[in-house]
Design a protein around this ligand. Structure first.
Ligand SMILES: [Zn+2]
Length: 439
């Protein structure tokens, strides 16, 4: 099928970085085949189906480099007992109870709901990190089916840890990695690990062996809280990044999530090994764990991307949060204007390319037709030169109207076309209180 998305403002981003008023993007099958003036594209592709984008801006679909679909049913829940006073208590009293309570249907609904929210927010590619110890084997297949039904792209993994059983989850990852193989561009697989402080050397070595054999990276939380660094120093005499590097976890496909408590030498090791870091500012603020030194890491050449850590599926608000956080943290109103958008627009595309083997994050001929189309009437002139000003201060508040992934329209006029949002939310409201009782 050929579709002309026309009469909108097209911001291609990527290496060409063009901004076209009254432009059109033409998709054929899963790919963009042409971009240009709307009337010229209408002449060249007269038989194409038309999606009118008047009053809208057409952007590449957004990428979330770290998500936890399984956290969905925590919304509105009152965790039992006293409020957690630190990060380890947050894990022990909330997340490790919640993931253990998830049933098969909870896992499915917990994926479907954020997938709907991703579509609503123009997030077309997600790198997820899953845990459900009571329904572990086959859980990644269930999530894969939900992603395919939604029509999005996702890289999936199961978080291995020794906290319930030694090496719990290794087999689920290994099975899924073998099943996905090189992937079809829609689903990719990684080797998931929870965090340094919940995995023994033996467990990590097994995971690394499987990942290396399959040519995939590891996806692990690193030094999110000071407790992870202290644990690594106490048990192994090494900072967290050094410990994981010595065990072979680092590398250009591997994602080290957070890296809040890392020293300069660790940052240099991350840069030297081309290991990916994913920053999750809202989550770090919510858990009060500290501020990742993103600007310093970028200066050292670390590839830093942006994720939500399960807090949300809206990448624009996450980008704006990073922008504000690093201005405040550095007490400097000159910084982060370039860097915060870069994490989302450039670095997440680079990270996704390492997982999917596809260049996402730009609208260009021959590239995947993944689009986020937002309502936007620019109140001041808009061009390539001042796009970031509109991006940070205008588009963060704009509504996504239409979402396209792999050339397929997943939402149009704000109506989700691939999933029954009302039915899924209603069923989740029924099951969530049952799950809460099992905590
Ligand atoms: Zn996380």
């Amino acid at each position: 099928m050929t579709i002309r998305f026309e009469n909108g403002i097209v911001a291609t981003l990527g290496s060409q970085n063009r901004l076209l008023w009254n432009g059109a993007v033409v998709a054929e099958g899963e790919w963009v085949v042409a971009i240009g003036d709307a009337s010229a594209m209408a002449k060249r592709f007269p038989k194409a189906e038309v999606v009118d984008c008047d009053g809208k801006i057409i952007l590449p679909g957004f990428i979330c480099a770290h998500h936890h679909f399984y956290s969905t049913m925590a919304r509105g829940m009152a965790p039992p007992g006293e409020p957690a006073s630190n990060f380890v208590e947050v894990l022990e009293r909330l997340w490790w109870k919640l993931d253990y309570a998830l049933s098969k249907e909870d896992v499915l609904l917990s994926a479907q709901i954020p997938l709907i929210e991703c579509i609503r927010n123009g997030t077309t590619t997600i790198i997820d990190h899953h845990a459900s110890p009571s329904y572990r084997d086959g859980s990644l297949d269930l999530i894969e089916d939900a992603v395919r039904e939604a029509g999005l792209r996702a890289s999936l993994c199961y978080e291995v840890s020794d906290r319930n059983v030694p090496g719990g989850g290794i087999a689920e990852n290994e099975r899924f990695i073998k099943k996905i193989g090189k992937g079809d561009g829609q689903i990719a697989a990684m080797m998931g690990l929870h965090a340094s402080f919940t995995v023994s050397d033996e467990t990590v070595e097994k995971c690394v062996g499987i990942a290396n054999d399959a040519g995939v990276g590891c996806h692990i939380h690193v030094a999110e809280d000071l407790a992870d660094r202290k644990d690594s120093l106490a048990k192994y005499g090494l900072p967290t990044v050094n410990r994981l590097h010595n065990l072979g976890v680092s590398g250009e496909r591997s994602i080290f999530v957070h890296c809040v408590h890392v020293d300069e030498a660790e940052m240099e090791l991350l840069a030297d090994t081309e290991t990916i870091v994913v920053h999750n500012p809202e989550s770090n603020m919510n858990n009060a764990v500290g501020v990742t030194q993103v600007l310093k890491m970028l200066k050292k050449g670390v590839l830093v991307g942006l994720g939500t850590d399960g807090m949300a599926s809206d990448m624009l608000s996450q980008m704006r949060c990073a922008y504000l956080l690093h201005r405040l943290d550095n007490r400097d109103p000159r910084v982060a204007f370039m860097e915060a958008p870069k994490l989302l627009l450039q670095n997440n595309a680079e990270i996704a390319e390492r997982q999917f083997g596809l260049r996402l994050g730009e609208i260009a001929e021959g590239r995947p037709a993944d689009l986020a189309i937002l309502d936007y009437h620019p109140p001041t002139p808009l061009s390539e030169a001042n796009f970031l000003g509109h991006f940070i201060f205008g588009l963060t508040d704009a509504n996504v109207d239409t979402t396209v992934c792999r050339g397929k329209v997943l939402m149009k006029n704000k109506e989700i076309l691939t999933m029954d949002e009302e039915r899924i939310a209603a069923r989740s409201r029924e099951l969530a209180p049952e799950m809460w009782k099992r905590l």
